[in-house]
Design a binder for this molecule. Structure first.
Ligand code: ATP
Length: 123
């Protein structure tokens, strides 16, 4: 039987998974940078707590799908290093999940920021 990992080991391994994804995946870098920029803008515009919560949830959704996409890509590369129809299906679907999350994040961002930005611009 496998020895049980300590809680600190569990968190360290999970953190390592996040760090590796940020360090090596270009899309994750872009999404993380965009998320930080959105949060800074939201703080500067003093958006209400409910809007901040919506933005945090949206950012978490995009980053989470990106980490899962990286995990699926690695598992597929391990299982099928050569071209395979099912490997393509798995990787395309996984990338599709990130695309859905990112597209909805843009819509939510527009809905949340539209009025405060217009007010700021005096329009
Ligand atoms: N083993 C394979 N068999 C069939 N098609 C594959 C295979 N590996 C990759 N592909 C195709 O190439 C595409 C890109 O896969 P790849 O592993 O290069 O992702 P990536 O460029 O690292 O993606 P991302 O930019 O999301 O990190 C996949 O969506 C899939 O269509």
């Amino acid at each position: 039987m496998k020895p049980r990992r300590s809680w600190s080991r569990v968190f360290r391994d999970a953190w390592s998974g996040i760090r590796e994804t940020v360090m090596h995946e270009r899309n994750m870098k872009i999404h993380a940078a965009a998320g930080i920029a959105v949060l800074i803008a939201a703080l500067l515009l003093r958006l209400p707590a409910r809007d901040m919560a919506l933005l945090l949830l949206t950012i978490a959704m995009v980053l989470t799908t990106e980490v899962i996409n990286t995990a699926i890509e690695a598992a597929v590369d391990l299982a099928a290093p050569e071209w395979h129809e099912l490997a393509k299906k798995a990787k395309d679907a996984s990338a599709g999940a990130v695309l859905i999350a990112a597209a909805f994040a843009v819509f939510i961002g527009l809905l949340v920021f539209w009025r405060p930005v217009m007010t700021l611009l005096g329009l």
